[in-house]
Design a protein around this ligand. Structure first.
Ligand code: AMP
Length: 293
């Protein structure tokens, strides 16, 4: 595995891969890797000849009062995990490499960036869309892998790829959870034991709605109310909504198509997000390919 920190080095390494006609899979991350990231890397190594993982805590997607400076980091552990999983290139640039002096261009995403997390994190998805597009241009992958855990991010990246004709296919892999249901997240490391117990209400709420949905309940407001009840131990429920998984439009009333139930809560100062997909016909939509757009 090559550990690369600069763009010129990355260019040389990628040129060699391309000249030997290797397909390239790409997994962008902010590091502090866990089994959720590992699942994306495994999807990539299974489908592509060479996998590139980036570890970059992107400053432009953090608001002024958010956790940029204390975002968890463990580069040695990240390197070991990537090595173990057969990653070809681990790209770990400094902020100045990604945003050199004079940088001033960014991607303004449409209304899908202003709802859900966008309401509470203004400018967040501008930062995400811009850095992901930049990383796509740096790596030029054939396939890029994202987690369903960040459902709004996947909708936005698909939109950006389509709208800007970026030559990459997007694959979305299911959310990896702890045995008790908590969705894996680098930010779980902020949680005290009591906060972690409260955080379990999020997945419990989503699963309660999923169970009721499987039992025939189709009313979006009743499903949301069921989920919110389990999440009541949170300090704040920022949102808990049934949405279209691609447009992110909030849906009310009778559900008769594939939707997502998405939630964001704050517990002990830590913001957590999670979601589940609900499919009326029980079809397996766990792994959604770009073809579904
Ligand atoms: P992050 O490092 O949090 O920016 O996440 C990098 C990628 O890993 C994103 O595509 C996330 O959606 C994905 N990811 C994060 N947590 C999980 C999880 N629990 N299961 C699956 N994918 C995840």
């Amino acid at each position: 595995m090559r550990i690369i920190r600069t763009l010129p080095e990355l260019k040389v390494a990628l040129k060699a891969l391309r000249e030997s006609h290797k397909s390239i899979g790409f997994v962008p991350t902010m590091g502090f890797l866990h089994e959720g990231h590992a699942s994306l890397i495994k999807q990539s190594t299974a489908r592509c000849d060479a996998t590139v993982v980036s570890v970059f805590v992107n400053p432009t997607q953090f608001g002024p009062t958010e956790d940029l400076s204390r975002y968890p980091r463990d580069l040695e552990r990240d390197q070991n995990l990537c090595l173990r999983l057969g990653v070809a290139i681990l790209f770990m640039p400094e902020a100045a490499e990604v945003y050199p002096t004079g940088f001033c261009t960014s991607i303004s995403v449409g209304p899908i960036a202003d709802v859900l997390c966008g309401e509470f994190r203004p400018g967040h998805f501008r930062g995400v869309a811009t850095v992901v597009a930049k990383l796509f241009n740096m790596v030029q992958p054939d396939l890029a892998f994202f987690g369903q855990k960040d459902l709004q991010q996947t909708a936005i990246i698909r939109r950006v790829v389509k709208d800007l004709n970026l030559p990459v296919d997007i694959l979305v892999a299911p959310t990896v959870r702890e045995a008790d249901g908590l969705a894996l997240s680098s930010r779980n490391s902020y949680l005290s034991a009591t906060d972690r117990a409260r955080a379990l209400g999020v997945s419990r709420g989503l699963f309660a709605a999923e169970k009721a949905f499987a039992g025939g309940l189709r009313d979006a407001d009743q499903l949301t109310a069921l989920a919110r009840k389990e999440m009541a131990g949170a300090d704040e429920i920022q949102y808990c909504r049934v949405v279209d998984p691609f447009t992110l439009d909030t849906l009310g009333g009778e559900i008769n198509r594939h939707v997502a139930l998405c939630a964001a809560v704050v517990i002990g100062g830590t913001r957590l997000i999670d979601n589940i997909l609900l499919t009326p016909n029980g079809e397996n939509v766990q792994f959604i390919s770009h073809l579904d757009v």
